[in-house]
Design a protein around this ligand. Sequence first.
Ligand code: SF4
Length: 280
Amino acid sequence: MNTTLIAMAVAAIAAIGLVVTVGIVSLLSGGLHFLFARPRIEFLKSEFGNEGFAFSFSWNATREPAKFDKVKVRLFNPFGSPTQVEVSREFAAAGSDFARDAYMGNGMVRLLEAKGLDNATVEVEVISTKDSVSQYFSFKGHKFVKMLSEATETVKDIEEKLPGKAPKPIYQTVQRSFIADPLPQSSKTIKLATNPEFAGDFAAAGGSGGETQENFEVSKVWIDPGCIVCNACEAIFPEVFEVTDDTCLIRPDAPLNDGLKIQEAAEACPVEVIKFNKAG
Ligand code: SF4
């Protein structure tokens, strides 16, 4: 009896000890990661081919808050040709882990095709111009080229994995009807301007006496610089406009056949940065 109790007590103490040890190790590793985790860059496949530089960048944004908005790639090739190449590109600022595909132009081609890369060094600098912060990564020339040529994942692939960076889902809005049930006496329906179905009927409202406006297709819609992220456009036409933390984007598969609604969003934009071309 006593032996059994002692064995159970020992097992219980061992179990508690294990739980405590695991807890301490987790805390320590979390703390160590917070204190010592280094910024990390991964090379990605650029949609611009040899004229582009695609990469993902992660760092401890809690410990080092900054908004990165520029990348610079420099070749130091003292024994080869050309001996030095430097290309850089600014991009939309990001305050947490991000991926970007930067068009670098012909300079990037010269860098990748330089002679003597075995003895060269390539330095990649990820920069926050506003916060005056830079992170440097250095590679042997041939290794840099190899890593870029072997990259298979694209920016899109990475963005789908980043927390909070996946494209916002489009929620199907409930079809709201502002048409009253037919009146039993007259069987007539009530038309209201807020019902898109009757938008055309009310286009001339405002006393101008103008003609009703037919819907149209647009060939292109874009956002000029200056968006103040007020969300008005996305509220009107979420299938076309996606408002992010610092700007508004046009969804890649945006439907362009409802020009009236795009025009409505453009007219609602308080800073008039929504532009579009009518098709045809
Ligand atoms: S309505 Fe204009 S300012 Fe507002 S989020 Fe859309 S584009 Fe930006």
